[in-house]
Design a protein around this ligand. Sequence first.
Ligand code: HEM
Length: 146
Amino acid sequence: MLTDLLLAILHHLLVFQLAGVLAGEFVLMRNGLSGRNLKVLAHIDRMYGLLALAIIAIGVGRVIFGLKGWEYYVTNGAFWAKMAAFAGVGILSIRPTMRILKWSRANAGGDHTVPDVEIVAMRRFLKAEVAVFALIPIFAAMMARG
Ligand code: HEM
């Protein structure tokens, strides 16, 4: 009971942090991105990766140690839909992450400005991530109720 509660609390805290980081990326990734903002973007993109890993660890913990037992989830279609949406967000984040790493290398001196065309292209991925991310809590509520 206590383990389930602690995992649920951690799960919610991490998930809200991930949403916050995604919002931060959205605000920072704008035309004219350069210098300090680019450094902050690179930093929060690393946080994004770490948070995603922590969410997987805690999520798997909830499946195994949660009150309902793992059998409840493996036969639950909404659970797999949620996993697919989560994986989809992860896949959509690969290109922006690679690009942010490239921009960061060019910004070693702190005075690099990213070409606007690249920003426009990467913002498309971010928008898709936000859209798919919105499906996750929908599937989560469905899966929790069978
Ligand atoms: C960003 C990704 C995720 C979001 C936004 C998210 C969101 C949520 C939300 C809102 C709930 C509460 C559902 C409710 O009680 O109505 C929940 C529960 C849960 N989540 Fe996640 N989740 C994410 C990732 C994961 C992952 C990767 C796993 C497993 C590997 C997972 C496993 C679970 C489990 C087992 C529950 C408990 C459901 C129940 O009470 O039966 N979650 N999630």
